[in-house]
Write a protein that binds this ligand. Structure first.
Ligand SMILES: Cc1cc2nc3c(=O)[nH]c(=O)nc-3n(C[C@H](O)[C@H](O)[C@H](O)COP(=O)(O)O)c2cc1C
Length: 354
């Protein structure tokens, strides 16, 4: 359907929905299911050289929370506001096996006019550079480099959370010098400088920037008085969508409309994809909703997005940045004298007024 076509840098995607990496994309069948759902691309579960990263997966813990911060059963039928808190790890496969598997999946993706995208998380840069080279030599067509995991402060040397534009530039330059395939860089959302981090990634030759990674949180359990899962947690959820859209809009304003942005964090539906595109994303990754509820989330999202585009009489590519470009400054907002009164729960008209 031409209506859904988008481009991200040099890459034409049949639609803007990308299955983002999490545990459901560790095994080939998970990736195949996502491809069958019709997504434009799948980013496979990330890897790096770190034995401890693989080990972390075997120590990983996951929980589902409701809007009262209570743990609820892990179930496809969970309320739509449920969100995942967890500690995750990396693909359990050794790099060579992961590479072989990803190459095979990308071959299958090509037949579906889609992509299986390699994903490396930086631990030691020299290893990352060497793995990036092997990714390209093996014939993979796109590399996503994650330098924005939530966990680096808790798992030193295993993953990275880069907060300094200078470091982002150095890392991305080193990888860019090594590979010529499209390089997408995933940055942290735990920063007030997301657009600066994106700018650094683009300066260093990133073709698209994925924004923004989940946050590190801490949630006390009022019953046990312990932290949930015993420690700090990676958190994200539907409630993060306004922040994702904010960073997209700010980055578009700061960097210009020609810098391809990809959204991650908080998309659950086709209309969420539209929201993130209106904020400036050229494509949108969806991960935890799919891990929790299954691949049908992807096909429903595509159908919902297509119906929305039809209803609005626009193509997906036409959505990119429309709302962001219509953003006004606070100073441009009209005067609304005493408007605030209507929003105070206990205020009654006439009572207490002069
Ligand atoms: C359990 C779990 C595992 C994840 N594993 C990876 C990973 O291996 N590589 C990566 O780049 N992101 C990983 N992520 C992050 C997601 O790809 C995504 O950026 C994040 O969850 C926010 O998007 P969402 O709201 O669609 O889930 C993981 C997220 C979760 C919840």
């Amino acid at each position: 359907m031409a209506r859904l076509n988008v481009t991200v840098g040099r890459t034409a995607l049949k639609n803007p929905l990308i299955a983002g990496p999490a545990e459901h994309l560790i095994e080939p069948d998970g990736v195949r299911r996502a491809l069958r759902a019709g997504v434009g691309a799948v980013v496979v579960k990330s890897t790096n050289e770190s034995e401890r990263g693989r080990d972390q997966l075997q120590r990983a813990q996951y929980m589902l929370l409701d809007d009262q911060w209570r743990e609820i059963p892990w179930s496809q039928a969970a309320p739509s506001t449920a969100f995942i808190a967890c500690r995750s790890g990396l693909s359990p496969l050794r790099f060579e096996a992961w590479l072989e598997q990803t190459v095979q999946l990308d071959r299958e993706a090509r037949d579906a006019e889609a992509y299986a995208i390699a994903s490396l998380i930086v631990a030691d840069l020299a290893h990352t550079v060497s793995m990036a080279k092997q990714v390209e030599q093996a014939g993979l067509r796109i590399l996503e480099l994650n330098i924005g995991t939530p966990y680096a402060s808790q798992a030193k040397g295993v993953v990275s959370t880069e907060f300094e534009p200078g470091r982002v530039e150095a890392i991305v330059s080193a990888v860019r010098k090594t590979v010529s395939i499209p390089l997408w860089v995933k940055i942290t959302g735990q920063s007030e400088r997301v657009p600066d981090l994106a700018a650094a990634a683009f300066r260093a030759g990133s073709e698209a920037v994925v924004m923004a990674g989940r946050l590190l949180g801490f949630i006390p359990d009022v019953e046990t008085m312990q932290p949930f899962l015993g420690t700090t947690l990676g958190v994200g959820g539907y409630w993060n969508l306004p922040l994702t859209c904010y960073w997209l809009a700010m980055s578009r304003q700061q960097l210009g409309a020609d810098k391809p942005l990809i959204a991650t964090n908080g998309a659950r539906s086709g209309l969420d994809v539209a929201r993130m595109m209106l904020a400036g994303a050229g494509a949108v990754e969806m991960a935890s909703a799919v891990m929790l509820r299954g691949t049908s989330v992807l096909s429903y999202a595509l159908a919902e997005l297509d119906a929305y585009l039809q209803r609005k009489g626009v193509a997906a590519a036409d959505l990119v940045g429309v709302a962001a470009d219509r953003r006004k400054s606070f100073a441009e907002m009209p005067l609304r004298a005493d408007n605030w009164r209507k929003y105070v729960a206990d205020w009654q008209p006439g009572v207490g007024e002069d």
